[in-house]
Design a protein around this ligand. Structure first.
Ligand code: SDX
Length: 431
């Protein structure tokens, strides 16, 4: 806590106050406005929270101008190159890289929580076959509090940890079950002899008719994509989980709210929207037409996979994924190169256009991820589900951090009221 302050003076009535300034480990200073209303009679106004910090957090650091992303201080580039996803999950949950024994114990716990309560199978059957897997995931995750009564005391740290383990373990099983329901194939149970990413591919693509051996190249690609999507500070879905959790709702309900928020095409739904957009563009000859549409203020069309609230430089995750796209597609003979080539062409044209350069609209994590998922035969409707599996680690890490925070209070923003002034009820015969 620093003793630096900032003085605010209201020029219309001369009222003034000193507000504390805080500085984190790194990054901009923040002004604590907690006493602003009591001392100055005014609120702040910041729709979209462009310049508003909601909490202290030690989980992830982003520098949008320099394109930096650190998980607990470790640069994403190093974790992407060297780590296993569950190793990163442990780091995000507990703050330190695990030892060999710690990782083995954590992997054992996660592996042995990966099954679902058998009666949940009826829940999947309740959905129409063509229900979007994200809709199934929101419903199934939200229902889990009906099954796990033994760990719902949100004030009990051990209950919080058990819920986090359960969710990280069960999300791949729920995701794969949503997919199997969608294509009319029997659900595939998790296998304890496979690691997290290989187990997910097995549950997605195995059938009772023949042995399925997860492709090591595909498993490595999924491991990388899960690491890159695991956390991203106070994004919309993580902030949704925090706000839901601030009322002390159970963790499954909080997670379901995060999944719902992630589904939006402006957020995690963008990866699916990118593929839809590339399919609509179809050919490099149409790129200019779509760039014009994206620039037209009267056209709601936006270039999906471009732009970011924080990154005003390259999204380091997009840079890593773009490189892997090249390697993966080059190594796969029947890969979907035309889509990737079109994406590269779109990126080249957009990044040489004044409109995008001026607004610092670079490709974000969602621009290339769908192309890799598609190369792995993961259907478009599952792209955001993949994002949700990975981000469950971040959501649970932030939920645990928030519930441990002594400053934690229910989130309750204020507003500018723009409705009618006081007026009396009008009887029906006078309307
Ligand atoms: C994710 O927050 C996170 O960390 C999210 C995420 C994570 O890991 O959790 O990183 C994951 O959600 C990545 C973003 C995926 N979304 C998309 O790719 C959808 C397309 N992008 C846009 O919708 C937009 O860029 C946002 C939503 C990502 C950011 O929106 P902002 O910060 O509110 O910016 P804005 O809408 O105010 O845009 C600023 C200007 C506007 O033009 P002007 O009013 O200044 O004339 O840039 C324009 C916008 O019209 N603009 C775009 C554009 N994105 C912004 N114009 C065309 N195409 C785009 N993609």
């Amino acid at each position: 806590m620093s003793n630096k302050t900032i003085t605010l003076i209201n020029n219309s009535d001369g009222r003034k106050t000193e507000l504390p300034l805080y500085k984190g480990t790194i990054g901009p200073e923040v002004m604590d406005i907690g006493k602003l209303y009591s001392e100055m009679g005014i609120f702040t106004f910041d729709p979209g929270f462009l310049a508003t910090g909601s909490c202290r957090s030690s989980i992830t650091y982003i520098d949008g101008d320099k394109g930096k992303l650190w998980y607990r201080g470790y640069p994403i580039e190093q974790l992407a190159e060297h780590a296993k996803f569950l190793e990163v999950a442990y780091l995000l949950l507990y703050g330190e890289l695990p030892s060999v024994d710690e990782l083995a114990k954590f992997e054992h716990i996660i592996t042995h929580h990966s099954m679902l309560n058998e009666t949940l199978k009826n829940f999947f059957d309740g959905f129409h076959y063509n229900a979007h897997p994200m809709a199934v995931m929101v419903g199934v995750v939200g229902s889990l509090s009906a099954f796990y009564h033994d760990s719902l005391d949100v004030n009990n740290p051990r209950h919080r940890e058990i819920s986090a383990h359960r969710m990280i373990a069960k999300m791949p099983t729920i995701a794969a079950a949503s997919y199997k329901h969608n294509i009319g194939e029997p659900l595939v149970y998790p296998r304890n002899d496979l690691d997290y990413c290989a187990n997910f591919l097995h549950m997605m693509f195995a059938t009772p008719c023949e042995e399925y051996i997860p492709d090591p190249v595909a498993t490595k690609a999924v491991n990388l994509l899960f690491i890159l999507h695991a956390d991203h500070e106070q994004n919309a879905s993580t902030s949704t989980v925090r706000l839901a959790g601030s009322s002390h709702a159970n963790p499954f309900a909080c997670l379901a709210s995060g999944i719902a928020s992630l589904w939006g095409p402006s957020h995690g739904g963008a990866n699916e929207a990118v593929l839809d957009m590339l399919n609509k563009i179809g050919d490099a000859a149409n790129v200019d037409k779509f760039i014009l549409k994206a620039k037209d203020p009267n056209d709601p069309f936006r270039l999906m996979g471009f732009g970011h609230r924080v990154y005003k430089n390259h999204d380091p995750r997009a840079t890593i994924i773009r490189k892997v796209c090249h390697e993966l597609l080059d190594s796969m003979t029947d890969s979907d190169n035309p889509t990737f080539e079109l994406a590269l062409k779109l990126e080249e044209v957009a990044l040489s256009d004044e409109y995008f350069v001026e607004r610092k609209l670079y490709p974000n994590v969602d621009f290339y991820s769908g192309i890799i998922y598609r190369a792995l035969n993961i259907p478009r409707s599952m792209f955001t589900v993949m994002f949700a599996i990975a981000r469950t680690v971040g959501w649970m890490a932030h939920w645990m951090e928030m519930m441990d925070d002594p400053d934690q209070r229910i989130g309750r923003p204020r507003q500018i009221y723009t409705g009618h002034d006081l007026r009396d009820y009008v009887p029906m015969d006078k309307r």
